[in-house]
Write a protein that binds this ligand. Sequence first.
Ligand code: FES
Length: 345
Amino acid sequence: MSKFQAYLSQFTESDWLTAIAELLPCIHEVDRNAVQIWFRFYPLSLQRYIEAVNDPDETLRGLAMQGDFDLKDQIDASHHFLYGHRYWPKIKRKIEKEAMEFKNGEPALVEIIKDIAMRVSSKLNVDRHLVNGIAAVGLMTFNQVGEEAFRAASGEVATPTGIMKKSPEAIVAERAKDDSQGVFGFLKTVDKKYSVAFSGTKTKGKFQIISNEEIVSASQKDRSQDWQAADQRCWEGPVPIECTSASCGTCWIGVLGGMDKLSDVNHRERRAMKVFGYNQPDDERPFLRLACQSRASGNVTIVIPPWNGVFGKKVRGNVDELELEPATTSAKHLRETIASSASGE
Ligand code: FES
């Protein structure tokens, strides 16, 4: 293990999240939620737990893992929803260089993130606030996948399309806007219609949502494509679902824009997120949600993680005395996993 890898490996998930919290004022608004979401989509504690077990396949079945959860397979793509994604080739190269030149020393995590970002931003002549987030993501990716796999990735990214072609300020403004309700919109009460813009590693688009409707219910009506061809978990609409009742963890999402236009987290969602192991902040309307429990009253922009699982009890050990409502999912294995998590087996 190189000195750089050894240096990074000393930090826990909590150390990383503390560094990100400290870095937030230095991250442009366009990526502020995105960076925090990325660190929840790829939790270090889960990766270390899986790496340490004797029988990973058995463990993955026990955690009801579905989809593409291994960061090694997504080194160049996992951060597709960050504005800073476009700077990835340079960030990747700079981290590789840093790994070769790193001398003994104990710089603070936040300092090394800023240092990498500063050198890339001055080379590219862009605002470093746009680069800090992707620099943090790059270092965590290096930390999780190891130097060899990191170097082996091509480092190529696609040219931004759609809204991501715009300036950071225009993206922020567009995410905040609601669809027009027409000339007589002010007369409408219950039938207002809005949009949910979504992106996943393999899908991207927009579907309509009626005011106060759950995101999954609106997603289920979108039959514009064969969503399952891109993601096995999407058997009805672009948002992966199974139970639609906060019992399986399949429909977790990150909210890039419009957090305040979603309903408050209810008791059921709050408890379920802990069982699943997703690190949902305590806010009433946080950036990590269950789409089947979130009702929208305006436009929202979401990002869909490529995997889901149930690992709260085994990995985080923070699921104590939770009484779950009966699961309605058709997936027997999910039900059993959730039941064993709740009973502490
Ligand atoms: S679909 Fe199962 S938790 Fe939302």
